[in-house]
Design a protein around this ligand. Structure first.
Ligand code: ZN
Length: 234
């Protein structure tokens, strides 16, 4: 049980040793060139309590991230930001409202999970429609229809009839990532393939597309667990 001592050392120009516990619970250490391996090892051991605590938090989260759970006090993603779920003390015009927190009306007897999921989908459709119209106009492209999907793997599709479907869970992602997926699908209305001309068009519409694509491959699986974070881990 000492695998917390497995770490990779990166030599940098920094002045002190820095330990980082990564998203997969592995450890990286950044250290100045002049610090010996022995010193680094002793330093890591002196921080072992902190490292183990951090790692177990991350492992807990990795364990739970595929099962969405719905409870007041938990944090939920919306457009790339976390909001703590609160019961609203005042009547709301919609079942859920975003302010500093995510306020939910408990008047309906649908329950938290259904209320939140329905609200997410409604928000997703409105947001995706507005954005797809805006981006298509900006780049002189057209589409015939937009709808939501709940595919496990795909973020979007576009048919030869220019019907675009976007995964509703994208509403949890940052706006720039959603924009990339919309640009990608809109680019398919002109190039129905993934060849060079397609990526050239994507690049002209969304110059940072590579970082958004990387974001989706790194965090995409997390959105499928509805991006829930329990308060203790925060
Ligand atoms: Zn594509």
């Amino acid at each position: 049980m000492s695998d917390f001592l497995d770490y990779a050392i990166v030599r940098t120009a920094r002045r002190s040793v820095q330990i980082q516990v990564n998203a997969d619970a592995s450890i990286s250490v950044r250290a100045p060139k002049w610090v010996s391996k022995d010193h680094i090892h002793r330093f890591i051991q002196s921080k072992s309590n902190w490292i183990i605590k951090k790692q177990s938090q991350i492992q807990q989260r990795l364990l739970h991230q595929s099962e969405a759970s719905f409870e007041l006090g938990y944090y939920y993603l919306y457009l790339g930001r976390y909001y703590q779920l609160h019961a609203s003390k005042v009547p709301l015009s919609e079942p859920v409202a975003i302010s500093d927190n995510m306020e939910i009306s408990l008047e309906s007897n649908l329950g938290l999970e259904k209320t939140l999921n329905q609200w997410y989908r409604k928000k997703a459709l409105t947001y995706f429609e507005q954005e797809t119209i805006r981006i298509s106009r900006l780049h002189g492209l057209s589409f015939s229809e937009i709808s939501l999907s709940q595919a496990k793997r795909r973020w979007g599709t576009c048919t030869a009839q220019k019907k675009i479907r976007l995964n509703w869970r994208l509403i949890l992602a940052p706006e720039s990532v959603i924009e990339y997926v919309i640009c990608h699908e809109l680019a398919h209305t002109r190039h129905f393939h993934h060849q060079r001309s397609f990526w050239k068009l994507v690049e002209s519409m969304c110059p940072n597309w590579k970082s958004h694509q990387a974001w989706l491959s790194e965090f995409g699986h997390f959105l499928h667990g509805s991006g829930v974070v329990r308060p203790l881990e925060f």
